[in-house]
Design a protein around this ligand. Sequence first.
Ligand SMILES: *Cc1c(COP(=O)(O)O)cnc(C)c1O
Length: 366
Amino acid sequence: MNAIPERTLMGPGPSTVSQRVLRALGSPTIGHLDPRYIEIMDDTCAKMREVFMTKNPLTFPVSGTGMAGMECVASNLLEPGDEAIVGINGVFGARMADVMERMGAVVHRVEIPWGEVFSDEVMAEAVQKHRKAKVLGIVHAETSTGAHQPLEGISKIAHEEGILLVVDAVTSLAGHPVKVDEWKIDAIYSGTQKCLSCPPGLSPVSFSQAALEVIESRKSRSQSWYFDVSMLKDYYLGKSKRAYHHTAPVNMMYALREALTMVLEEGLEARWERHAQLHRRLRAGLAELGLDYIPKESLHTLNCVGIPDGVDDAAVRARLLETYGIEIGSGLGPFAGKAWRIGIMGHSATQANVDLVLAALVDCLD
Ligand SMILES: *Cc1c(COP(=O)(O)O)cnc(C)c1O
């Protein structure tokens, strides 16, 4: 096989991984019950709490990518017959509804057009209509459209009816403020390969005390053995006694720990600001090229713009990749062939990269 090329990753993930994280990944593999490894894992979970801005003890990396985190949250919180409200304004809300239905839940879909965000009024109406719902699921950063969903108002609306708030923060964690305790999020999942700039393979999750109580009072066992938190917590949080459940992805834990260390060294606020500044720089450059944003409330981390009429989507992306080594994302679902998704995430979020992608687009749109 030829050598794997280095790319400038400016798509919806993965983002570029730093040498520091790659070196950590290549550290010696040791046993997943080795006391030294347990120390590393505990430190990783502690750093994860800082990045999630939570004191939740039940905060750990699920083995698997972001979708594994989604399945872990859904399979632990929901039992057959439970009701769930899910907001759908893109691919990932639709996936959450699908996953929850597979757990046997009765899902009430609240649908708005792609690219828009949910107002408090729309969600309040849904909650009034389905007051028996156990959870309300919503996507904070809808990567398929670039829409940035405000959460605080919706959190209040859900909690007033005793409904747990479930949040997909795969593309927002470490790029936008994600304040788990302050916003009273009950269950949240993210991914390593977006704004954390770690290879794909782990899904940071966190469960509130209220969520844990729901899990502990289940009538039926979780339909997933692999993601069953009632067993996993004995390994991740088992104090002196760590019970084997499945072999932890040892080297990925090293990588995630290094990535979280880098986030905390930079500081959360400074990191959010870096993403905001680069988003503004990219946005101004795209405007000069006549490329308009699709969502009104855009994420900083994922920039979704319409493709001008007469421009060949696939040809432009192929030229970006072949000539400049730049990856950007194509449109999904109704946006296929109609939108580009430019990621500004973690280690990829630099002025040099933003200026490069703009200059390359000038050339490719010629
Ligand atoms: C990427 C993404 C996921 C899925 O993560 P995978 O790592 O691809 O499994 C889920 N939700 C959102 C919003 C995402 O952007």
